[in-house]
Design a protein around this ligand. Structure first.
Ligand code: IPE
Ligand code: IPE
Ligand code: MG
Length: 255
C-alpha cells in the first residue's frame, strides 16, 4: 500500500506516467482547505464529521504533492479568526493534529517528509503543540517534501508583529531604517525559511484569501475549485498543477 501511494520520485511506474511532467512543477503549493462544514451538512452530518474527513484529504494531497515533485506544501488548517467558532468545534479541530500524526507520522518518516508548522503557538492546547513538536523533532533531518501546517495563523497579525520587531530593533539602535527592505521584512515572517508559494489552491468555491499569506502570495498563481475539501482528490491536485504549468508568470515583466 505504502509503495502504491508513495512511489518515489524518479521511478517510472505506469501510474507515475500520468503525473504532470517533471518540468515547471511548482516548488511551493499552499492550500486553503475549505468546505469541511458544508461537505458534512450536505450529507446530514455534523460539521465535525467534515473536519474528520478532511484529514483523509490531507493525507491524499500530501502523497500527491510528494509524487508530483513539489518541495513545500503549506496547508491552512486553522486561522487566527477561527477562534470565533463554537468552543466545541474549536476543541475538535485542535484534536486533529494529534490524531492525524498518531496515524500518519510513521509513514511520513518512512517517506522522508519533514513536518513544520507556522502560526501562533502560545494559544494552542498543549496536546496539539506537543504532537506537532514531536513530529517536527522526529522529521527535522528529513530531506523530502516539507509539510508545513499553518495553525493559528493570520497574515495581518504576522505582518504587524514583524513591523513591531523591526521597530523595536530600530529604536534600540540595532537596525538602521535605511536597511529595511523586502528581504529583511520577509525574514521576520513565519515563512522566513520558505520560498513564496508558486501556486495557491482554495477549495469550496470561496474566492478570497481569508487572511492567508497576504505578503507571500503577491505573485502566486491562484487556482480555485468548487469541490469541498473532504472531497478533494489527487486528480484535482494534478489538475491544478497542470493548469499552473500552462500559466505564464510575468512578475510585472514581459515574457
Ligand atoms: C475548513 O472548513 C476548515 C477550517 C476552517 C478549520 P470549514 O470549517 O471552514 O467549512 P465551511 O467553509 O464552513 O464549509
Ligand atoms: C479559511 O477558511 C481558514 C482555513 C481554511 C483554515 P474559513 O472558512 O475560516 O474562511 P472564511 O471565514 O470563509 O473567509
Ligand atoms: Mg470555511
Amino acid at each position: 500500500m505504502i509503495d502504491r501511494f508513495w512511489s518515489r520520485r524518479g521511478k517510472t511506474s505506469p501510474q507515475e506516467a500520468d503525473l504532470p511532467a517533471g518540468e515547471n512543477v511548482p516548488q511551493h503549493v499552499a492550500i486553503i482547505m475549505d468546505g469541511n462544514g458544508r461537505w458534512a451538512q450536505n450529507r446530514g452530518l455534523p460539521r465535525f464529521a467534515g473536519h474528520h474527513s478532511g484529514m483523509k484529504a490531507v493525507k491524499k494531497v500530501t502523497m500527491a504533492a510528494d509524487r508530483a515533485g513539489v518541495k513545500y506544501l503549506t496547508l491552512y488548517a486553522f486561522s487566527t479568526e477561527n477562534w470565533k467558532r463554537p468552543k466545541s468545534e474549536v476543541d475538535f479541530l485542535m484534536r486533529l493534529p494529534q490524531e492525524f500524526l498518531a496515524l500518519e507520522l510513521e509513514e511520513l518518516i518512512e517517506n522522508n517528509v519533514q513536518v513544520r508548522m507556522m502560526g501562533y503557538q502560545e494559544n494552542l492546547p498543549s496536546y496539539t503543540l506537543e504532537a506537532l513538536e514531536e513530529a517536527i523533532e522526529k522529521t527535522k533531518d528529513n530531506t523530502g517534501l516539507v509539510l508545513n501546517f499553518a495553525l493559528n495563523y493570520g497574515s495581518r497579525a504576522e505582518m504587524v508583529d514583524a513591523v513591531r520587531a523591526i521597530a523595536t530593533d530600530a529604536v534600540a539602535g540595532q537596525l538602521n531604517p535605511d536597511d529595511i527592505d523586502e528581504r529583511l521584512f520577509a525574514g521576520r515572517l513565519f515563512s522566513s525559511e520558505l520560498p513564496d508559494p508558486d501556486l495557491l489552491i482554495r477549495t469550496s468555491g470561496e474566492l478570497r484569501l481569508s487572511n492567508f499569506m497576504l505578503w507571500q502570495l503577491a505573485y502566486s498563481e491562484l487556482w480555485f475549485t468548487d469541490v469541498y475539501w473532504p472531497a478533494f482528490t489527487e486528480e484535482l491536485f494534478q489538475e491544478a498543477i497542470t493548469e499552473y504549468q500552462r500559466r505564464a508568470r510575468r512578475f510585472g515583466g514581459l515574457t
